[in-house]
Design a protein around this ligand. Structure first.
Ligand SMILES: Cc1ncc(COP(=O)(O)O)c(C=O)c1O
Length: 470
């Protein structure tokens, strides 16, 4: 049976990229826990090192378990190939470094995950790469930001944390008019809700740590190449792909790999040299999660409908930032482009003093205060103090993040329990004690005393952390 699979289908979630092999024919993808591979002979080793013969040489640049994950994600997104990485952060970094070198420039959405903003404004600045931020709702701002040195456009299909959408085909047109590819972080949408390559994007990146794995156990990332961007049409912009390279024996990557050249460079140079490779056991974890992706995403969407409806009608809530809310500026885009829902990670603003944010979060019992999204569990975060704490006040204002903005990532619990937990925590703001709205204790506490739970919220961290995760 051929199991490539076209489109994001339940069948390709389970089968794409893997065929059980003799002699044991294991039905689940085996974990090839090996650092390296024995070459059949010296001549093969020479050819493989010269990249003249395909094959696995060392797990930093390729592994059979990881390769199944790569093929599966590429199939789900309709890409020609994918590259797996140790984290989503590594995927974003490698996707961009393959395009932009020192002296280059990126046009990026002003509404991005805070860790990506850190990468762009701090680390890439150190590397001599400049970034201009443009409002994703203002296509003209993207055109105005283009410079001769621009080498990439970057946005998120659903922005973290405000669930911002944009007219992606219109932004893609501007990118292509400027001769540069559009890179889209599709972490919050997943290919179940949105396939950026179908809407004009050229390269897709993921934090697979989130919905693709879905269980909150394993870090991973991926870069998917649509294989359509014609780097050869602008040879002066892309010497790394269109000029002979000593590293590749004087060969030109575009001539050798054609539309696979971008990912060939990403793997053979950036993954090879920087080393953020995905471990085989982690790839197996993500593969296991992927098998149920569409079912989980549908349940996340159902819970989102219920919680958004509840929050939008609550007097202690000033605004709900989800495109399904009537009157939301991107409600029309949601209907046009996201028929299965515009994601389950979104934010709302408390109609309260910023000093009420901490007590509100500490009153939540079912929602966990966690710097992550896309878990089976419902999670809460305070972007201004956590994921986006390194942004300047101006950057946060441009991103639409207020001091009272609360981010939720809705899990797979019962919607009624999620609503009840939010209701009892919001009741503290309105002075309504409403004990009947509290979620069932057995569900909430699951053996952990309330004090211990609150203590975890208020800072019993001991491990090293940087405060902008997820
Ligand atoms: C949209 C988005 N992209 C990338 C990342 C980075 O992913 P990772 O934490 O797997 O490195 C995150 C993390 O939260 C994210 O939300």
């Amino acid at each position: 049976m051929t199991t490539g699979g076209a489109g994001c289908t339940a069948t390709s979630q389970i089968h794409a990229g893997y065929e059980p092999q003799a002699p044991y024919r294991p039905v689940a993808v085996p974990i090839y826990q090996t650092a390296a591979y024995e070459f059949p002979d010296y001549a093969s080793a020479r050819r493989m090192f010269a990249l003249k013969e395909p094959g696995f040489t060392y797990t930093r640049t390729g592994n059979p378990t990881v390769a199944v994950l790569e093929q599966r994600i590429a199939a789900l997104d309709g890409g020609v190939a994918a590259l797996a990485t140790a984290t989503g952060q590594a995927a974003v970094s490698i996707a961009l470094l393959t395009l932009v070198r020192s002296g280059g420039h990126i046009v990026a959405s002003s509404k991005l995950y805070g860790g990506t903003v850190d990468l762009l404004t701090d680390t890439f600045k150190d590397f001599g790469i400049e970034v201009s931020f443009a409002d994703p709702a203002d296509v003209g701002a993207w055109a105005a930001a283009v410079r001769p040195q621009t080498r990439a456009f970057l946005t998120e299909s659903i922005g973290n944390p405000l669930a911002t959408l944009q007219d992606l085909p219109a932004i893609a047109e501007v990118a292509h008019g400027a001769g540069v590819p559009l890179v889209v972080d599709n972490t919050l949408a997943t290919p179940v809700l949105y396939r950026p390559l179908d809407h004009g994007a050229d390269i897709v990146v993921y934090s697979a740590t989130k919905f693709l794995g879905g269980h909150g156990t394993t870090l991973a990332g991926a870069v998917v190449d649509g294989g359509r961007f014609a780097f050869s049409a602008y040879p002066d912009k892309w010497p790394q792909l269109t000029r002979p390279k000593r590293r590749y024996g004087g060969e030109i990557l575009w001539e050798r790999h054609g539309h696979g050249a971008y990912l060939a460079l990403a793997r053979s140079k950036y993954l090879h040299d920087l080393g953020p490779s995905l471990a085989p056991a982690s790839a197996a974890q993500i593969l296991q999660g992927l098998e149920t992706l569409d079912i989980r995403v549908a349940r996340h969407a159902q819970n989102t409908q219920a919680v958004v409806r509840f929050l939008a009608g609550h007097p202690a809530v000033a605004a709900v930032h989800h495109p399904s809310v009537p009157g939301h500026p991107q409600a029309g885009l949601a209907v046009r482009d996201f028929p299965r829902g515009a994601g389950s990670v979104f934010s709302f603003d408390l109609a309260a003093d910023p000093g009420q944010v901490g007590p509100f979060i500490d009153r939540l019992r079912l929602f966990k205060l966690v710097a992550n999204v896309g878990d089976t569990r419902s999670l809460v975060a305070h972007p201004a103090a956590m994921t986006h704490c390194r942004l300047s006040r101006e950057q946060r204002a441009a991103a639409g993040i207020a001091e009272t903005t609360i981010r939720l990532s809705l899990g797979l619990e019962d919607a009624a329990d999620l609503v009840a937990d939010l209701a009892q925590a919001l009741a503290g703001l309105t002075g309504d004690t409403c004990p009947a709205a509290a979620p069932p204790a057995a569900v909430v506490h699951a053996g952990a005393p309330a004090e211990a739970h609150t203590g975890a919220h208020t800072g019993a961290h001991t491990g090293a952390h940087t405060g902008t995760e997820a």
